[in-house]
Design a protein around this ligand. Structure first.
Ligand code: BGC
Length: 480
């Protein structure tokens, strides 16, 4: 998910392919160069894909995102509709994933289906999740289940969401019920997807429901409540299930000072990184919110150490310049330089720089927690598959070299298997290894899907794969 409202609105993607010369990704001076051979990954490495309930299931009318859509807040004007039709038939795409050699799949449980009214449980919905998890096992695909991926029931939102009274207990009750029901079919749990994005876009930038702007204090209180809910759920899952592994998915963004010689630019970039990247990580690492986050709400002692793995969602780098005129945005002018690799543009703003190197920064930071790491999302909006093969190749190279350096990375989950409903952008941005026509529901494998499949099957990246999928004579067009 991108922090697009921080971006300068004028950012036309008018850079020129020849400027970038991103012909063969081998031109890049990256570690782990496989030109002469093959980069092999450790046995049991997970080559997965990540998904989220609202984006793929279809027919989710009872959550706050459906209300957001009804209020006309989807920029493209699209409706989620049937999405990828997973509620009726996720299995057709599980078949596809199996054929591709994918061995792990992250999905989320839609709270508004399972508890459509407070404390009233829909057993059929729970059964559907059970059957979906069984279908994955039958296909040799390990499920990872996320308990909150941006959506929750309208009744929970009406009570103030995670700022409402009893929010933590209410979420905890839902999570406990799900784990009691699905625990036999799942060992790996993600409590929250990107609490930092949820807080920033919902309470500071106004892009997500509840659409509040400039409320940094509220965003910190939300992060705080989610951190405490995460800690409670972490402990409960371990009481219920001896073999469980519990983590969360942390969105990590590289904020780069526009001018490294400018102290103000450096300071502004560091402030954004502190607020965005550190808010949840530091709570789990130390049971503390560092300055300035502790000013809003400080007590997260009980959160310390509550993870068995760190999940990282990594997409972009943003450049940051100090701007005295932007007091409402923490004096930050955030932009994407014209010459950097980008996928497709949002309805009225760029999505962000496609920056596989961000994986390196994210892993180095997360390693400080001393836990296994999964890259739980990484991808690019790219309907024509212009740069996705390049992104995948470079993500794999960085992962390989980080593993060689001793980082405990257990898996990479691409975002995503099949084009899905991209929040405020609707169907405008396409992240799938497989293309979807939402009208006809027809699926078409992209070249990057074939590449990912080759990597997953071999558990390796070879020079031959790069040759085949990113041939040197084929300029990877970077313009949208
Ligand atoms: C979110 C996904 C989203 C993806 C692409 C991630 O931050 O978790 O739900 O579709 O970004 O924007």
């Amino acid at each position: 998910m991108y922090l697009d409202c921080w971006l300068r609105p004028c950012r036309a993607i008018a850079y020129n392919a020849s400027e970038m010369k991103l012909r063969n990704p081998e031109n890049h001076s990256l570690p782990g160069h496989p030109a002469a051979g093959t980069l092999e990954f450790p046995e049991g490495f997970l080559w997965g894909v990540s998904t989220a309930a609202h984006q793929v299931e279809g027919g989710n009318d009872n959550n706050q995102w459906a209300a957001w859509e009804a209020a006309g807040r989807i920029r493209s004007g699209d409706t989620c509709g049937l999405a990828c039709d997973w509620w009726r038939n996720a299995e057709q795409d599980f078949d596809l994933a199996q054929r591709m050699g994918i061995n792990a799949l992250r999905l989320s449980v839609e709270w508004s289906r399972v508890e459509s009214e407070e404390d009233s449980w829909d057993l059929q919905a729970l059964d559907r999740y059970k059957s979906a998890l069984r279908s994955l096992h039958q296909r040799g695909i390990r499920p990872m289940v996320c308990l909150h991926h941006f959506t929750h029931p309208r009744w929970f939102e009406a009570r103030g969401g995670f700022l409402g009274s009893n929010a933590i207990e209410t979420f905890h009750r839902f999570a406990k019920r799900v784990v009691e029901e699905l625990g036999e079919l799942c060992e790996q749990w993600v409590t929250f997807n990107e609490p930092n994005v949820y807080g920033a876009l919902g309470y500071v930038l106004g892009e997500f429901p509840p659409g509040r702007t400039g409320e940094i204090g509220a965003a910190v209180r939300v992060a705080n409540a989610m951190a405490r809910a995460h800690a409670q759920v972490y402990r409960t899952i371990h009481q219920l299930q001896a073999n469980a592994q519990v983590g969360w998915a942390h969105n990590y963004v590289v904020f780069e000072a526009a001018n490294h010689r400018s102290r103000l630019d450096r300071w502004t970039a560091a402030l954004l990184s502190q607020l965005f990247n550190e808010s949840f990580l530091a709570a789990v690492e130390n049971g503390k919110l560092d300055f300035p986050l502790n000013l809003a709400d400080g007590n997260v002692d009980e959160v310390k150490g509550t993870c068995d793995f760190v999940g990282l969602n990594v997409y972009s780098r943003f450049h940051v310049a100090f701007s005295a005129e932007k007091s409402a945005q923490l004096f930050a002018d955030v932009f994407v330089p014209a010459h950097v690799p980008q996928g497709d543009s949002g309805v009225d703003k760029p999505y962000g720089e496609a920056y596989p190197e961000a994986i390196r920064a994210a892993v180095k930071r997360a390693s400080r927690l001393g836990k296994p790491i999964y890259i739980l999302e990484n991808g690019v909006p790219d309907a024509q598959d212009r740069i996705r093969p390049w992104l995948i190749v470079n993500a794999a190279r960085h992962l390989h070299s980080l593993i060689q350096e001793g980082h405990d990375i257990r898996g990479y989950f691409h975002w995503t298997l099949i084009d899905n409903f991209e929040w405020t952008e609707g169907w405008n941005l396409r992240f799938g290894l497989v293309a979807l026509d939402p009208q006809t529901q027809q699926r078409t494998m992209r070249k990057s899907g074939e590449l990912y499949s080759a990597i997953a099957r071999a558990n390796a990246l070879s020079a031959a794969m790069i040759e085949q999928f990113c041939p040197p004579d084929e300029t990877l067009r970077l313009t949208g």
